[in-house]
Design a protein. Structure first.
Ligand SMILES: Cc1cc2nc3c(=O)[nH]c(=O)nc-3n(C[C@H](O)[C@H](O)[C@H](O)COP(=O)(O)OP(=O)(O)OC[C@H]3O[C@@H](n4cnc5c(N)ncnc54)[C@H](O)[C@@H]3O)c2cc1C
Length: 360
């Protein structure tokens, strides 16, 4: 068994620490404020199909594999805590606001079906039978039964409790250098580049709203609804705590606070799909920074005998948590991670000359 320090307590670091501790390794987790990064703001959709992006074929197998691994990860969580994760398996519906959006939706559904993904076109009437709160004015709908969700904040709290119950030491401090006497997993999101130069990470901001659904509207929605409204994407995520998250923005303008216009746009588009949202309580609008990489693939792999890097999960870090934790355990134990990670090698954009020095 190894002694392992995991740097970073977002979902990636927390779940990796859990799998390691569950397997009997001695784990220390370092984070001045666990789950305060992208994890705190994330939607929590586990959506390998709905999130498919054209020409990102290297990402599909990772997303699909991680979705397969999720139930197993949640079983390990449930072994060590009774706290909920907000996991819901009702699936995802994708809807179109107008005829042009409907054409876009059809193209995407064709692409998904060509890649062997389970998608089912629905007449709007049938979509509304499943989700009566949807607007009668919609132009098209597709059901994706295999795309699920967790509540990232709940899940992080459950993971921290599980780590506590497993005896993992959580050091609430910022790492300023890499420990050099044991196995280290560098999983501190956007902060990883400070400790390991050569990683090309950049913040990609996203705004997200949280609404409370009043009792008389319950359940407003039972599954995730994603939509296109005049070509703008929007998603609505109903959670087990009677809240609804609304998001979809993606921007690289270094503004860490939501613009008033972004809040307006998200609400307007969400209300167009689900008019009852007008009646909800407005609880919160926040902005998170996704750890982006130049090719949208994570940095995941071993770079020397002591160091494993696991960051750059960009738009899919909640989904890819199960894969990241599983691969990290395999890498620590010197086993084959069971999936080809060559495209994710942390040195693919720049090989650093030294861990803490300036790279050439
Ligand atoms: C608005 C929004 C919506 C999103 N929706 C989804 C979604 O629906 N589905 C999905 O799959 N993904 C989604 N994502 C992406 C997802 O949130 C990220 O990919 C994921 O949270 C990355 O997790 P992480 O643990 O790598 O990083 P983070 O959650 O950012 O955690 C990094 C941690 O490292 C710590 N840290 C930093 N520096 C140090 C240091 N020097 N020492 C110790 N600790 C340090 C920080 O305190 C932080 O807790 C969304 C992101 C945003 C912003």
């Amino acid at each position: 068994m190894s002694s392992v320090t995991v740097i970073g307590g977002g979902l990636i670091g927390l779940a990796s620490a859990l799998r390691l501790a569950d397997a009997g390794h001695t784990v220390t987790l370092m984070d001045p404020s666990p789950a305060s990064g992208a994890t705190h703001h994330a939607g929590g959709m586990l959506a390998p199909v709905a999130e498919v992006v054209y020409r990102q074929e290297d990402l599909f197998p990772l997303m699909v594999r991680s979705a397969e691994l999720y139930p197993g990860l949640l079983e390990v969580v449930a072994k060590h805590t009774d706290l909920p994760t907000g996991y819901r398996r009702e699936g995802t519906m994708v809807v179109a606001a107008d005829r042009a959006d409907s054409a876009h939706l059809s193209e995407l559904a064709d692409y998904q079906a060509t890649h062997g993904m389970a998608v089912e076109r629905l007449p709007v009437r049938q979509a509304r039978a499943l989700e009566p709160a949807l607007s009668p004015q919609l132009a098209g709908a597709v059901l994706i039964p295999g795309d699920h969700q967790v509540n990232p904040r709940m899940f992080a709290t459950a993971l921290l409790d599980a780590l506590h119950n497993l005896g993992v030491t959580v050091v609430r401090e910022r790492a300023t250098a890499l420990p050099d006497d044991e196995q280290v997993v560098l999983a501190n999101g956007l902060g990883a580049g400070e400790l390991y130069p050569g990683l090309h990470l950049r913040p990609v901001y996203g705004d997200i709203l949280r609404l409370g659904v009043p009792d008389h509207l319950q359940p407003l929605l039972t599954r995730v609804v994603r939509g296109f409204v005049e070509d703008r994407p929007v998603y609505l995520i109903p959670r087990t705590d009677n809240t609804l998250a609304i998001g979809a923005t993606s921007r690289e303008d270094n503004r860490p606070i939501p613009r008033a216009s972004a809040v307006h746009d998200l609400l307007r588009d969400a209300i167009r799909l689900v008019p009852g949202i007008e009646e909800c309580d407005f609880l919160e609008a926040t902005t998170g920074a996704r750890p982006g990489t130049p090719d949208d693939l994570p940095y995941l792999g071993r770079v020397d005998e002591q160091l494993i890097i696991s960051t750059g999960y960009f738009r899919h870090g909640i989904l890819l948590t199960a894969l990241a934790a599983d691969a990290t355990l395999a890498l620590v134990e010197g086993r084959d991670p069971g999936i080809d990670l060559r495209a994710c090698h942390p040195h693919r954009h720049h090989k650093p000359v030294s861990k803490q020095g300036v790279s050439s």
